[in-house]
Design a protein around this ligand. Sequence first.
Ligand SMILES: [Zn+2]
Length: 252
Amino acid sequence: MEVDPALWFLMSRRRRVPRFEADLPVTDTVGHLIRTLGIPPTEVGRLTLDGRAVGLAARPTGRDGGEGEPVLTVASRERPQPTRRRPPRFLLDVHLGSLARRLRILGIDTAYETGAEDAHLVERAIREERVLLTKDRGLLHRTALPEGALVRGDTVDEQLNDVLDRFAPPLAPSTLCPLCGAALAPVSTQDIAGELPGHTRAHVVDFSRCTGCGHVYWRGAHFRRLDAVIAAALRQVGTGIISGADRSPKEP
Ligand SMILES: [Zn+2]
């Protein structure tokens, strides 16, 4: 077997070499071989057997009249990765709450649930055509899951960088609620006067309210940090911006 070095971190150390013997039963499918190595099928791109493109269901039987085992090559998933829906929508598992807020701040449709069972996450990802993002390899081994990704990185900055690089989603900063992911709509100062502290009412003119949870946002003390996050994401994704809203939500 020859596995793309970009996937070596998922495999045992002795297999982190350019070519190795898989020594696995030829009755197994390619998909099973790959899972046995520790690689979730969602992380795999082009597969070939002796140079011929194959799918996960192929079986690497012996060569016709040839010697030795056929050579299976495993490429990492291409970047940017195409998705069924464009722009892509995401569903994040319970451990990625900080990443969920960042993606929403950038205007990327992001669902996030705490306390959801694995089976529920997979079912929702299928029903809503969302890409399931997780740090849990076991979740991605579920065969029913059509689209998922193992998020690389331990910090939220690294994780955001990985998702933007992998899916290149179009950005629409400051259009979604970081708390619940619903759309933000502008509101006038009069409409929300009773909900604001006095100093905010006097100094801020630019307000929006979440159409989902009702939370009110304005340019608060965090906006410089959020602006830096948004600017870095725009540089990374390039011209994929949908709308140039100039408000930054106050991060919860
Ligand atoms: Zn909300």
